[in-house]
Ligand binder design. Structure first.
Ligand code: FE
Ligand code: FE
Ligand code: ZN
Length: 294
């Protein structure tokens, strides 16, 4: 495998005054071949108008540096809960998602990652039905062709999407299945109970339950917690319970060659660790003193 062609990157910020140009510059600084960004703060719905985001300038910089926008993804804000049975709050989530789809498409990005939702105290089944219904509504109103990638979750609190079956339920019951894909987060599925050390076995199960053709992005994170802990706390590559060799195997797996792998590992001493983490993964060699570099 040609290491410089591996599709690997990280989440990057998009903040004023440079906005999208700043995101692209961060990705370039870290030698990334793809990246993920939020079109504003993930915790709220305050958004800089698209005209101020320096999109064309960012796209030009990407072109000059051979990063294909088709390999980049947006992450939807966390506060959308399409599993909410409260009509008013659910509608807020739907509206926010519709506006994010429009924003995503304005960046020429064709995929947005979404946390499926929480069931609060209503049980998985109720939430999953509500999510399907909400997504159907969103797609019926939306006129972009942005694909929504349902993220596999750790099962922290009342999160749904903690098994491949729950994710498959959403895709299989949607009226718009071609608009849906999946983002697999290695930390999340470890925390949800999957044995990520056997990549073939996990991908085999994914293929049986969901279909490997639906796997459009990987969130490549180590985990601070044991398998099955339902915690969702990311760790730097090689420093957690998943370990370097396993994450390296995910990066190099032939079946994932065309799937962007995005690091969402924690900053070290307030600094982006992605350049160094990506370098370790490209070379296939763990540096146990990585954290001392920051
Ligand atoms: Fe996420
Ligand atoms: Fe993630
Ligand atoms: Zn997470």
């Amino acid at each position: 495998m040609e290491i410089n062609k591996i599709l690997i990157g990280s989440h990057v910020g998009m903040n004023g005054p440079s906005y999208f140009v700043g995101s692209v510059k961060d990705a370039l600084k870290c030698n990334e071949t793809c990246f993920m960004f939020y079109t504003g703060a993930p915790q709220n719905s305050i958004r800089t108008p698209i005209e101020k985001c320096k999109i064309e300038e960012g796209l030009k910089l990407m072109e000059e540096n051979n990063i294909d926008i088709k390999n980049c993804i947006v992450h939807a804000p966390y506060l959308i809960n399409l599993g909410n049975i409260d009509e008013y709050k659910n509608q807020l989530g739907r509206d926010l998602l519709i506006s994010e789809l429009r924003r995503t498409s304005a960046f020429h990005v064709d995929k947005i990652v979404l946390h499926p939702g929480l069931h609060v105290h209503n049980g998985e089944e109720v939430a999953l039905k509500k999510i399907v219904e909400s997504l159907d509504y969103v797609f019926s109103v939306d006129n972009t062709n942005v694909m929504i990638l349902i993220e596999t979750m750790a099962g922290k609190g009342t999160e749904v999407g903690k098994t491949f079956e729950e994710v498959a339920y959403i895709l299989n019951n949607s009226k718009y299945p071609s608009r849906l894909g999946v983002c697999l987060d290695t930390c999340h599925i470890n925390d949800a109970g999957y044995d990520v050390s056997n990549v073939d076995k996990v991908l085999d199960e994914f293929d049986k339950v969901i279909g490997l053709n639906k796997l459009k992005a990987i969130h490549l994170n180590d985990s601070k917690n044991a398998r099955g802990s339902h915690k969702d706390r990311h760790e730097n590559i090689g420093f957690g319970t998943i370990g370097f060799d396993t994450l390296n195997a995910w990066v190099k797996h032939e079946a994932l060659r065309n799937v962007p792998k995005i690091l969402e590992t924690p900053y070290i001493n307030d600094k982006m660790p992605y350049k160094e983490e990506i370098e370790m993964l490209k070379e296939g060699k763990f540096n146990p003193s990585l954290k001392d570099l920051f």
